[in-house]
Design a protein around this ligand. Structure first.
Ligand SMILES: C[S@@+](CC[C@H](N)C(=O)[O-])C[C@H]1O[C@@H](n2cnc3c(N)ncnc32)[C@H](O)[C@@H]1O
Length: 248
């Protein structure tokens, strides 16, 4: 591909075929309408991975990669096979990265969205990762499929009131299901997942969340109230409270 680009530059007389030109024109129009480039080309990068993305599924963010690195740091301290669950898997970026980094990990991933589960399955196949994908609404679950050493989640956490800070590429194109929570109960997913984790996380197991930068203290308080210990908040590369770890 790189070679192709080089060849094009070296040929000033190179002309695109009309069908190729119309693709470019359509892409330009889409960009002017704020459609994310990742949806236009159908691909995004997550660390060293190239993942497929489609409009119905959230484009993975670099902050989430920082969460993955933290999970790996802790997971490497487990000498035996470890069972890890990802809740709200979207493109599958979290379990695929964990699977590649941790040969001793057995991975399960849940999402309510059929489109997300379909895409995550395609992405896992690209990287030959054997991940058990489950379509389920975590808010309706009474219990998790089995017990785990670690549970990780980047759940929806943007309050409606924060929409005014957001740009059109996110507001107009990314799935609301993946992003928003009611202003009246912004920690709805954290509370539910923490309750489920109280039953299904092994003693000494770790719960990791990506968090809303404005709700770090509230999330910390919630997890402590639910009996988790050693809660630790970490900031992302932009200096914002972005992730939390808690131990059962
Ligand atoms: C913020 S996105 C995270 C996606 C992916 N893990 C990432 O980091 O890019 C939240 C995900 O949670 C899923 N989700 C929303 N509500 C859910 C529910 N009730 N049960 C399970 N998954 C849900 C969405 O479909 C979406 O894929």
């Amino acid at each position: 591909m790189r070679e192709d680009r080089f060849v094009w530059v070296m040929q000033p007389d190179f002309l695109l075929a009309p069908s190729q030109l119309s693709l470019f024109e359509k892409a330009l129009e889409d960009l002017q309408n704020h459609r994310p480039i990742q949806y236009i080309i159908g691909e995004t990068h997550f660390g060293s991975l190239s993942l497929k993305v489609r409009e119905e599924v959230l484009i993975p963010r670099p902050e989430t990669l920082e969460l993955v690195h933290w999970v790996c740091e802790v997971a490497r301290q487990f000498p035996h096979e470890i069972h890890i669950l990802d809740i709200g898997t979207g493109s599958g970026c979290i379990p695929i990265s964990l699977g590649l980094a941790l040969p001793n990990a057995a991975l399960t991933a849940i999402d309510v969205s059929e489109k997300a589960i379909g895409l995550a399955t395609e992405n896992a196949a690209l990287y030959h990762q054997d991940i058990a994908f489950v379509q389920a609404d975590v808010l309706l679950l009474d219990q998790l499929p089995q017990s785990y050493d670690m549970i990780v989640s980047n759940p929806p956490y943007v309050r409606e009131l924060e929409k005014k800070e957001m740009s059109r590429n996110v507001l107009d194109y990314e799935p609301a299901l993946a992003l928003y929570v009611p202003d009246s109960d912004p920690l709805i997913f954290y509370r539910k997942i923490a309750h489920l984790a109280q039953q299904s996380l092994k003693q000494g197991g770790a719960l990791f969340f990506e968090i809303n930068e404005y709700l770090g203290e509230e999330t910390n308080y919630l997890l402590s109230q639910l009996g988790f210990r050693d809660c630790e908040i970490r900031k992302d590369i932009f200096g914002k409270d972005r992730m939390i770890k808690a131990i059962k």
